[in-house]
Design a binder for this molecule. Structure first.
Ligand SMILES: Nc1ncnc2c1ncn2[C@@H]1O[C@H](COP(=O)(O)OP(=O)(O)OP(=O)(O)O)[C@@H](O)[C@H]1O
Length: 294
């Protein structure tokens, strides 16, 4: 099946920042979470995919079509939401719904009504009076009810209270039950990504540090506590991203945990005390620190 997004060797340079050689593929019907610190390049990447920014080099394909050539046709099939999108303050949400409906024939009014209830929004309210959370939910409603084939969401849950976050994530999960739809969403909140993403990409300093399906990501990482004598050979073990000597214990974090890991530690004279899975946030921080040290 044609991937929803395929990037090959994509580059974009600004005065003080560059995206370098981005290779990324999002299979159709999947959700990819894009995680990165402030300034990592997440918004730039999403803007490239939306055709708002043009790559300096490499290939950008969205829904099987090459950008920038197919930009106009592809844009109709994409739902893009970011913080800099504005609603007309003096108009009601209904006015916005009618406007989008007039432009997109695929508008689903029944679904829009369902989302209005779920998001607790009033269609006759002027959007100028909306809170931040209401504005985000209104924007998502206007996107979701169009049924775009690809959603590009730039930090959709940032700044939402826990209840609104839950509502937005539930609605997203529902949108995703339809296997035809693909989503790329960025977030600082690794818990959101862990909850709904099929695959995870870490972006740092304009480069992809890691991109894998969620299960293999989480399965491959472990925090291991051992007892014994410190040896520098620990740093050479496959996949080891951090080792800390807090005698009498040694803490080791590895991104390549497998059947050979524990025997390798024992061979170095260490007694393994515990092996724990790591939450995505810890995996992300460990990966970013490792790349900063490299
Ligand atoms: N139009 C532009 N001109 C010059 N520099 C830009 C432009 N757009 C983005 N940048 C720079 O590119 C870098 C990456 O910005 P970007 O907004 O893509 O990061 P981000 O990962 O989305 O960050 P945040 O999480 O803070 O939103 C930043 O240093 C930013 O200043």
């Amino acid at each position: 099946m044609t991937p929803a997004i395929a990037l090959k060797g994509v580059r974009k340079r600004y005065d003080t920042f560059a995206l370098h050689d981005i290779d990324l593929e999002l299979p159709a019907g999947q959700v990819m979470g894009l995680v990165g610190v402030n300034g990592a390049g997440k918004s730039t990447l999403l803007r490239l995919l939306m055709g708002l920014v043009r790559a300096d080099g490499g290939e950008v394909e969205v829904l099987g079509q090459r950008l920038p050539q197919a930009q106009v046709a592809v844009k109709r099939e994409i739902g893009y939401a970011s913080d800099d999108m504005r609603l007309y303050r003096g108009q009601t949400l209904r006015w916005h719904m009618d406007f989008v409906r007039s432009v997109y024939p695929g508008w689903d009014e029944a679904y829009a009504q369902d989302l209005l209830k779920r998001f607790d929004l009033k269609e006759q309210q002027k959007t100028g009076g909306f809170s931040h959370g209401q504005r985000v939910k209104a924007l998502l409603l206007l996107l979701f009810a169009r049924h775009p084939r690809l959603l590009l969401l730039d930090e959709p849950t940032t700044g939402l209270d826990p209840v609104a976050r839950g509502e937005v994530l539930d609605a997203l999960a529902e949108v995703l039950r339809d296997e035809e739809r693909s989503v790329l969403f960025s977030s600082h909140n690794t818990a959101d990504i862990e909850q709904i993403a099929d695959s995870i990409t870490f972006l740092h300093g304009g480069a992809v540090l890691a991109s894998r399906d969620k299960e293999s990501f989480l399965d491959g990482w472990r925090r291991i506590l051992c007892r014994g004598e410190w040896t520098d050979a620990l740093r050479q073990l496959p996949g080891v991203a951090s080792v800390r000597n807090s005698a009498p214990l040694i803490e080791l974090k590895t991104g390549a945990f497998d059947a050979a890991t524990l025997p390798a530690l024992q061979a170095l004279g260490l007694a393994v005390e515990s092996v724990e899975p790591m939450p995505l946030e810890d995996i992300f921080v460990t990966t970013v620190r490792g790349s900063n040290d490299a």
